[in-house]
Design a protein around this ligand. Structure first.
Ligand code: TXA
Ligand code: MG
Length: 354
């Protein structure tokens, strides 16, 4: 067991942050494992140059070692020593979206990073998070920081420091608690093919539409949730069943009336069998359901709130011991693409059209 420190900074003013985070940054620099908030989810950080430190990430999470980690930086000047020359298109996307929830896979420069970070690939995923605590911590640590989501492997990503502690208390050196994260789903991961093709490997907070608008002359390529569930994985991490709740989840698509009728009857039958049931539904139809736990994802007209709420909802269903779960599907426009991607993963690709 390791003693896990908690640095509570939510109430701290921006001018107080540097001194509040000093100890966390020095532990990170000395090979510690420090969880910290970003605008997407909480990350579990370690000095990306140190194999000993990065090894501890995989152990604490129980993560397969062939799944590469994202490297986090605080300033563009840190890039040069990490990557080889990259397309102009990448630079344009950094200008537009950094700091922000966009991870760009770039050609790795040989010497600096621990080989564990990239799982032996010749590329590295890099991002600059848009969050005051993350940026301050990265700045003070002064090193590139490898950080996967700060959950045990197979659990939903943490959107609160409490979630980090649920999974990792006693396994990591500390957590910076700056309250709830923003987007609530992990960053968009892209790779580029020359100057013309942007391939979305994992949908996230930077939407396909936003990428297309920022790069009107490029082709933005992404698999739909359905294609994704049938295809071989392109990003190493996408082949693992992620984010799965303990109960069996089914994702239900279709016209609203049909979705309501299907879920309501399935839930009733399950309850008659004595199973504990849960429904994840949009505000518009919440009252139509009877189940042991009916959780709102907010309005379907504002899917940002569903993204923000999803992982906490999945944890709540676990805690309630729910055995059967149905989730309403939504459009794959905008942030809906990332939301459907994560719900499909939580469902282990049990997706039904009614
Ligand atoms: O929002 C986020 O990205 C969060 C916060 C903490 O920054 N981090 C995160 O890390 O989600 P993780 O390790 O849970 O997910 C990293 C994803 C995986 O799907 C992995 O396969 C992919 O990025 N990835 C990393 N390096 C890659 C590379 N060189 N090529 C292709 N995919 C890569
Ligand atoms: Mg993760």
């Amino acid at each position: 067991m390791t003693k896990t420190n908690i640095w509570r900074v939510e109430q701290a003013g921006d001018d107080q942050l540097p001194s509040e985070l000093k100890e966390a940054a020095s532990q990170l620099r000395e090979g510690g494992l420090i969880a910290f908030p970003t605008e997407t989810v909480y990350g579990l950080g370690a000095d990306a140059r140190s194999t000993a430190a990065v090894e501890r990430i995989f152990m604490a999470k129980g993560r397969p070692s062939d799944n590469p980690l994202i490297v986090h930086i605080a300033q563009r000047s840190q890039l040069d020593e990490l990557v080889l020359p990259y397309p102009e298109l990448a630079a344009a996307l950094m200008d537009r979206f950094w700091p922000g929830p966009l991870t760009i896979v770039l050609p790795l420069r040989g010497e600096v990073l621990s080989p564990l970070v990239t799982a032996g690939l010749s590329t590295v995923g890099i991002r600059m998070p848009n969050h005051r605590s993350a940026l301050e911590l990265l700045m003070q640590a002064g090193c590139p920081v490898a950080a996967p989501s700060a959950n045990r492997s197979g659990r939903p990503s943490p959107t609160l420091a409490e979630h980090v502690l649920e999974d990792l208390n006693g396994r990591i050196d500390g957590v910076v608690d700056d309250g709830a994260t923003g987007v609530g789903l992990e960053s968009t991961v892209i790779e580029l093919e020359g100057e013309k093709i942007i391939r979305i490997l994992r949908p996230g907070g930077i939407t396909k539409e936003a990428l297309q608008q920022a790069a009107p002359h490029a082709l933005v390529d992404s698999a739909s949730t359905e294609e994704e569930s049938n295809a071989a994985p392109r990003s190493p991490g996408m082949k693992y069943t992620h984010y799965a709740p303990k109960g069996e989840l089914e994702l239900v698509n279709g016209a609203p009336e049909a979705v309501v009728a299907y879920i309501a009857s399935q839930a009733m039958e399950a309850q008659q069998r004595g199973e504990i049931t849960g429904v994840l539904a949009f505000e518009e139809r919440l009252s139509a359901y009877e189940a042991n736990r009916v959780i709102s994802l907010g309005s379907e007209l504002e899917l940002g709130s569903a993204a923000h709420l999803l992982y906490a909802a999945l944890r709540e269903l676990d805690e309630a011991g729910v055995q059967r779960i149905w989730a309403e599907g939504c459009t794959e426009q905008g942030i809906g693409a990332a939301l459907m991607n994560r719900m499909a993963k939580a469902a282990g690709n049990r997706i039904i059209h009614v």
